[in-house]
Design a protein around this ligand. Structure first.
Ligand code: ACO
Ligand code: OAA
Length: 372
């Protein structure tokens, strides 16, 4: 018995914070980011615009955007010792685990680690945004016995991220689609990883610790890890018919189908997925190969018919990344790279207006009297 009455498994429907950052408005069908709809933003603005919006509270003019890009570029390099540390990791380490270690590594280099002020936290956020593409790309390279690649400061932020991952400079359309994926992944209200980071920040722990926890959260396949799982499913199936068979079999076995369903958008398609679906169609046209598009559409129809479930962003981001030539183990690290800005905004907000997270439980275990 417990004297606590309200229990919502998975905290479903529970409001955990007051925020000025973002909100999933399911009534008006908008992903509100600092007052703007993310889908509308994604049609005309780039990832750096969203970074400026989330950290400086306004969409930048060209000067502000240039200054932001230069600031990030100053932080592109990482310490040699981090490369050395990646070399020490067992080769089977998942890139998300290497990334987690890489983020955590930063704290020791911060000479002002106990400072939680807005300005200092923002500088840390810019530093992390600068280094994250390098950590993502080079931890993976080193784990695969490749030489680290150096950032190319002549490229845009997104083009350099893509270049460091793939070793090739993207075409204009590849850059646009990769940048769009970063915009769509940048911020999404209170998913598990954001909640994790705010819970950690609420003890007055630092930004690096909060983001390290968020990487671990995002790795799980009920969250960010789903994009990699989707691609493995598509590759296993190889054709439209076999993909349908695979999904039927999984449903029969009561397995969850990766890339479908969402705590907030359970009864409709994630609007971000629709944007990635369109990007997949564009890439299919350019490359003259629409197999993945047809497979995904068939899966979408089957899941709607059989389960009344719809794709989330990970379902269509996975084949888009595949067609962009990105290695599968980097799909979730890229998601984190993009989400770094949203997470930083949340940790900054939590630090600025903090109350410790400390919920209660309904105790359903036994009670015993100790015999004297
Ligand atoms: C960008 C992102 O991180 S988006 C999320 C990415 N994650 C995935 O794609 C993983 C697959 N999806 C899921 O596991 C879920 O839909 C989640 C975790 C995203 C949301 O889960 P919850 O809100 O907790 O819903 P829950 O898991 O309780 O599902 C409710 C019902 O729908 C079913 N369901 C939900 N998603 C799926 C799915 N993907 N495949 C099959 N059935 C599903 C559940 O089995 C459950 O059915 P039941 O009531 O008969 O037991
Ligand atoms: O909102 C969620 O629960 C998961 C998600 O889609 C995201 O983090 O982008």
């Amino acid at each position: 018995m417990s004297n606590i009455s309200h229990f919502y498994p998975g905290l479903d429907g529970v409001v955990a914070a007051e925020t000025k950052i973002s909100f999933l408005d399911t009534v008006q069908g908008e992903i509100v980011i600092k007052g703007y709809d993310l889908i509308e933003l994604s049609k005309n603005y780039s990832y750096l615009d969203i970074v400026h919006l989330l950290l400086e509270d306004k969409l930048p003019n060209q000067d502000e955007k240039n200054r932001l890009e230069n600031k990030l570029k100053k932080n592109y390099e990482i310490q040699e010792t981090l490369y050395e540390m990646f070399k020490l990791l067992p080769k089977q380490t998942h890139p998300m685990d290497a990334l987690r270690t890489g983020i955590s590594f930063h704290s020791g280099y911060d000479g002002d680690i106990d400072n939680r002020s807005l300005d200092v936290n923002k500088e840390r956020a810019y530093q992390l945004l600068g280094t994250v593409p390098n950590i993502v790309a080079n931890s993976y390279r080193i784990l695969n016995k490749q030489r680290p690649v150096q950032p190319d400061k002549d490229l845009s932020y997104s083009a350099n991220f893509y270049y460091m991952i793939t070793g090739t400079i993207p075409t204009a359309i590849e850059e646009k689609i990769f940048d769009l994926s970063l915009v769509l992944y940048s911020e999404h209200e209170m998913p598990n990883s954001t909640f994790t980071s705010r819970v950690i920040a609420s003890t007055q722990s630092d930004l690096y610790g909060a983001l390290t926890g968020a990487v671990a959260s995002l790795k799980g396949n009920l969250h960010g890890g789903a994009n990699e799982a989707v691609m493995h499913m598509l590759l296993e199936a190889e054709s439209v018919e076999k993909f349908e068979e695979l999904l039927e079999k999984k449903l029969l076995n009561k397995e969850k189908i990766m890339g479908f369903g969402h705590r907030v958008y359970m009864k409709k398609m994630d609007p971000r997925a629709l944007m990635m679906k369109e990007a997949l169609r564009q890439l299919s046209d350019i490359k003259g190969d629409d197999l993945l598009y047809r497979m995904c559409e068939a899966g979408e129809r089957l899941m709607e018919r059989e389960k009344g479930l719809y794709p989330n962003l990970d379902y269509y981001a996975a084949p888009v990344y595949w067609m962009l030539g990105i290695p599968i183990p980097l799909y979730t690290p890229i998601f984190f790279g993009s989400r770094t800005v949203g997470l930083c905004a949340h940790v900054i907000e939590q630090h600025a207006n903090n109350r410790l997270f400390r919920p209660r439980v309904n105790y359903i275990g036994e009670r015993h009297a100790l015999s004297k």
